[in-house]
Design a protein around this ligand. Sequence first.
Ligand code: 5GP
Length: 191
Amino acid sequence: MSPTPNRIVIVTAPSGAGKTSITRHLLHQIPALGFSVSATTRQPRGKEVDGRDYHFIGTDEFRNRIREGAFLEWEMVYEGKYYGTLMSEIEEIWLEDRIPLLDIDVKGALRVMGDARVRTLSLFIQPPSLDELERRLRSRGTDSEDSIRDRLAKAEYEMSHRDRFDRIVINDQLDKACTEAESMVRAFLDS
Ligand code: 5GP
């Protein structure tokens, strides 16, 4: 398999749907994938490390990068908080002969899918239900009540767009969802 430098794998889902666990599984099992570290203006949470989980930057710097055209896509994912995929990050991964794996929100994913410069495989991770999603967000214990409400409202909107993605992975059992996602990505890499 020799990856051509225009392929991108996107994993998207409502926050709390298990996207991070599935992303980690894919990166661990498929060395040809490289994680695209997004830029964001939100504060680091828990054990997050700058440059590994996100590039944590200030709002002015983020806006400058937008003006420079540095992003493949960017969104204000939550009120006042920007998130974006840097083109430089993608190009670096392609240069290593690997395929970027993007863990981004639904709007950002749709934007990348509509970009003629890239060929994408998009996976939508669906939580079993909105009630279950709420339970997961609460048990994670890292989000404030306001942030949980924000995330649930956004999840409803995101679920309504799921049919626009190449594949839907229902995450009612994490192991099964990981295996399913892995075989979808392997098929794309072999195509
Ligand atoms: P969190 O704050 O929980 O890390 O991420 C919130 C949401 O932003 C998640 O759905 C995550 O996938 C999304 N996200 C992370 N990076 C990016 C990005 O570069 N672009 C877009 N559009 N969304 C992102």
